[in-house]
Design a protein around this ligand. Structure first.
Ligand SMILES: Nc1nc2c(ncn2[C@@H]2O[C@H](COP(=O)(O)OP(=O)(O)OP(=O)(O)O)[C@@H](O)[C@H]2O)c(=O)[nH]1
Ligand SMILES: [Mg+2]
Length: 390
């Protein structure tokens, strides 16, 4: 018996290959997603029903654009991941106020070609804030320590002035008041004891020149920018081109409460730069006032240097703020804070002492760290350090 063969259906019209059209299967459906290069698809090229889409051209174009964006994001993510894996990455660690962000600013100056107008405007706000707050902290310290301020009008003006948060300068009467107060014996005496009440290191730099730097028409210099203090509160990535390579630097927030966020970076970085402040031997932590900052930095270094993800990676160790150490040693004894220090109260011997204290915590499997004694606010001298790091 012969079974009648039904007539074959008409063969579908062959679809001409087009480089501008491709199909992508989505992960969760059999659905065919069509992506078209922008402007390449013309409705006359192929009827919409070829795509199984019964729709208007405008709707197709809108869906195509959406899909294209999605598709590009996947492609961009893949490329970004590849670049991330290949680019050298350096993690900058250390306690709060040790100079991590200041080092990064030097990278901007020496590798990055400077700052944008938006960054400069933000730095001006921070500089004005540093000047005003610096003087307020000094005035409060004078009250606590019983140093009498005779210029009551200037004091009240500085304590009551309310900046708007976007201030690019100070009013002339406030500038004059800060200048007058800065030149009094009471404020000077309080400033010398600044380590006892968490005074920022940059107060002298800015208040010495408040008459010019406080004005709204003053142009910031690179030196001003590296002296500004604004504590970091999250991890940021900055990329610099160095020859053919893209270097990625990660600046972290150094205060204790932020340190748990660092660990997620340990695995992927290629090297660590640990910065410690030599000026911290007589200071207490901002976040925990009974803890000496140098003791905190030593314990932190011990933890970092022996971390299983980091201990075999190259490490740079900066002893920063050598200029402040030199100044402090004129009126402060290291042995008061580190009774086991028996050497002379002089910068190079003290630096060597701290260097040995840090290096004793180095892991036995680690390579010798590259040690530099730095002053991150000395922009010219930092050019050499920046080239060593890069
Ligand atoms: N005189 C002097 N000041 C420095 C030096 N390095 C940094 N500073 C100042 O110290 C202050 C703190 O520096 P930052 O770079 O903000 O410190 P950080 O380590 O980023 O601190 P966090 O963001 O809180 O973790 C700023 O006012 C800097 O200008 C230095 O070598 N000498
Ligand atoms: Mg910082």
């Amino acid at each position: 018996m012969t079974v009648p063969v039904p007539p074959s259906p008409p063969a579908p019209a062959p679809v001409p290959p087009s480089p501008s059209v491709r199909s992508v299967a989505t992960s969760d459906a059999d659905e065919l997603v069509v992506t078209v290069q922008p402007g390449a698809y013309q409705p006359a090229d192929r009827p919409l029903r070829d795509f199984g889409i019964d729709d208007t051209y405008a709707q197709l174009e809108a869906s195509v654009t959406r899909t294209l964006l999605f598709d590009r994001t996947i492609e961009q993510d893949r490329l970004e991941m590849k670049r991330f894996q290949e680019d050298p990455k350096l993690l900058i660690l250390g306690s709060g106020d040790s100079g991590k962000t200041t080092f990064l600013k030097n990278l901007h100056i020496h590798l990055g070609g400077g700052f944008t107008p938006e960054q400069l405007a933000l730095y001006r706000v921070q500089m004005i804030d540093n000047m005003l707050n610096g003087m307020r902290i000094l005035l409060n310290a004078c009250r606590t320590m019983g140093y009498k301020i005779s210029d009551v009008a200037s004091r009240d003006l500085v304590l009551s002035y309310m900046p708007d948060g976007k201030q690019q300068g100070l009013p002339m009467n406030v500038i004059a008041a800060i200048h007058a107060l800065w030149n009094t014996k009471a404020v000077y005496t309080a400033w010398k004891s600044g380590n006892k009440f968490g005074l920022q290191d940059n107060v002298e730099y800015f208040l010495d020149k408040v008459l010019t730097k406080g004005r709204p028409d003053y142009d910031l210099t690179p030196e001003d920018i590296v002296n500004i203090r604004h504590s970091t509160s999250s991890i940021s990535e900055t990329r610099f081109q160095y020859g053919k390579e893209t270097l990625r630097f990660y600046d972290v927030a150094g205060q204790r409460s932020f340190r748990k966020t660092w660990a997620s970076y340990f695995d992927s970085v290629n090297a660590v730069l640990f910065i410690t402040s030599l000026a911290s031997f007589d200071q207490q932590l901002e976040e925990e006032e009974h803890v000496n900052r140098m003791h905190d930095a030593l314990l932190l270094f011990k933890e970092i240097a022996n971390n299983p993800h980091l201990m075999r990676k190259p490490m740079l160790l900066f002893f920063n703020k050598r200029d402040i150490l030199e100044r402090k040693l004129r009126y402060n004894q290291v042995s008061t804070y580190f009774p086991d220090y028996k050497g002379p109260n002089e910068a190079s011997a003290v630096t060597e002492f701290f260097k040995q204290r840090f290096l004793q915590f180095k892991s036995p499997v680690a390579k010798e760290p590259i040690v530099q004694v730095t002053c991150c606010t000395d922009v010219k001298a930092m050019a050499i350090t920046v080239s060593v790091v890069s």
